[in-house]
Design a protein around this ligand. Structure first.
Ligand code: DC
Length: 216
């Protein structure tokens, strides 16, 4: 089974996806980390994240070992990632790698912006995870402060809003729920409650697949 989890920045996708993958015994792919890795390798090389040729070259030579680099998590890299992610040549260069990981038996959980719409439109379970802007900004602020960044809420709120807007309005693979996605609004929910909801959906889907009905 392939599970896709899409949604805006800091909605709780990563926490949920990691936990769901571990509980199911599936591989986990944070697709945002791929765009962050391309952005970071460009920034490190002194490149411009809005330059399509340069960005595509970095995407084509991406080293998957970079995905675990703690340096990917900062806000500057997140912003540059959102810029390189709007370039069609970058998205095309990264598609085969994402699909290869998604095909790992016995299953995979992917999170990002377009995993249910473009990367794996055939996924058996698609979740669209959201939360109110203020709550997402607060969660992101907490995460960034725990990593030593000194930012204030208004700054982070503006950054998150700008990134959402860019991710939703770009022409290639914009952020949107797949037609067959189940939406989970995590505003005011604990990570445990979000996990329980997703776990039930996954169990229902697996049972339906075992009955051979596809469950839809
Ligand atoms: O989820 P994240 O904050 O790590 O993602 C960083 C940026 O990467 C995000 O602003 C948009 C882009 N992205 C994308 O365009 N498509 C994906 N599947 C995942 C991330």
């Amino acid at each position: 089974m392939i599970v896709t989890i899409d949604g805006p920045a800091a909605a709780g996708k990563g926490t949920l996806a990691r936990r769901l993958a571990a509980a199911l015994g599936y591989v986990y792919l944070d697709t945002g980390a791929i765009y962050r890795a391309v952005a970071k390798s460009m920034l490190d090389a002194g490149g411009d994240p809005d330059d399509p040729g340069e960005a595509a070259a970095h995407a084509q030579t991406l080293d998957p070992a970079m995905l675990d680099d703690p340096g990917l998590r900062g806000e500057a890299v997140g912003d540059a990632a959102s810029r390189v992610a709007a370039l069609p040549a970058v998205r095309t260069a990264l598609l085969a790698f994402q699909r290869r990981v998604a095909a790992t038996p016995p299953g995979a959980v992917l999170d990002g912006r377009d995993t249910g719409t473009v990367v794996c439109p055939e996924a058996e379970l698609k979740l669209f995870v959201t939360a109110g802007l203020e709550e997402r900004a607060r969660r992101r602020l907490e995460e960034l402060r725990s990593k030593g960044e000194t930012l204030m809420l208004p700054e982070v709120l503006a950054e998150v809003a700008a990134r959402d807007s860019r991710d939703r309005t770009r022409l290639t693979a914009p952020l949107r729920p797949a037609d067959d996605a189940v939406e989970i609004d995590t505003t005011g929910m604990t990570p445990d409650a979000v996990f329980q909801r997703a776990w039930l959906l996954a169990m229902e889907r697996l049972a339906a697949l075992q009955r051979g009905s596809g469950g839809r």
